[in-house]
Design a protein around this ligand. Sequence first.
Ligand code: A3P
Length: 334
Amino acid sequence: MLFPQLALLLSLVLGSLLYLLTHTVHLDRLQSVCPVESRPHHARDPVQFPFRPPQYKRGLRQDLRRGNTSKGQLIQQLPHAIIIGVRKGGTRALLEMLNLHPAMVKASQEVHFFDNDQNYGRGVAWYRRRMPFSLPGQITIEKSPAYFVTEKVPERIFRMNSSTKLLVIVREPATRAISDYTQVLEGKERKNKTYHSFEALAINPSTQEVNTKYKAVRTSIYAKHLEHWLEFFPVQQFHVVDGDRLISDPLPELRLAEQFLNLPPGISRDNLYFNSTRGFYCLRFSRRFSKCLAGSKGRMHPDVDLAVLDKLRHFYHPFNQKFFQMTGRKFDWP
Ligand code: A3P
């Protein structure tokens, strides 16, 4: 007699566990709800989209359940656009902010399809299955920052789809290198391991020159990496995002990215608000639902010897000039 009640109870517990599990995975990189700060409201963009507004995008599956969307409409599309890097440039912020656009759908996890031989060996069908469900006409986007610096990647993306749009977000190179170092340092500290100082890694002790063998230093030589990409793709297929401006004033950067993706403006000022506790812009999906990026984004950087910083900036200068020339976008870097 007790069996049906017991079975019902068990299925309820299991259902709740499953719900928690799927939602934790979905929001892995995002902190849970942050306090919404009062900001003046601006008029909404007049553009009408055939897609549902962002607060409902997470709920495509809910829509399915409710019968608002027919199952046949939802598809997993290969990405039309990829954020190829640069690591610590603000790739997560860019992905999450672009995903506010009703016509954009993001792959939440870094897929590492093109840079990881094992994943690549699984084939394009495997890659497609890692993509989110979307409606035909929506743009799928993924980000894997390792793509920018991995030799094999440009050719592999070209072979999949030679018209893939490529976004690369950059920050002042020395700051980016320190951010990269800070991430590794935090990992070491979490495991109670000691680690070298940034200065010891960035400067070769015997020559006192910048140590180009140090990966965090090399990654910031943007021109060198881009040169390799340009062997496969025309420069028009890239869009360079100013990662420093995405921190201080994201909307103009998002407008430029929308233009590059041939999208009408779909992200409004209401979708972003400055959270003074975090010191960063956070995302607002609706009146009740807003999120900041996880605490691993926006770490405190260690103080770096000014002479070392100077040396690094001097080192990057000619590469930066070349990068500006190649991309046609100039930044306010030393
Ligand atoms: P720091 O941790 O050095 O401040 P990525 O996502 O590519 O790993 O980049 C991380 C960087 O994104 C952070 O570097 C942070 O400065 C930057 N960022 C840009 N916009 C942000 C935002 N709205 N919230 C948090 N971090 C942001």
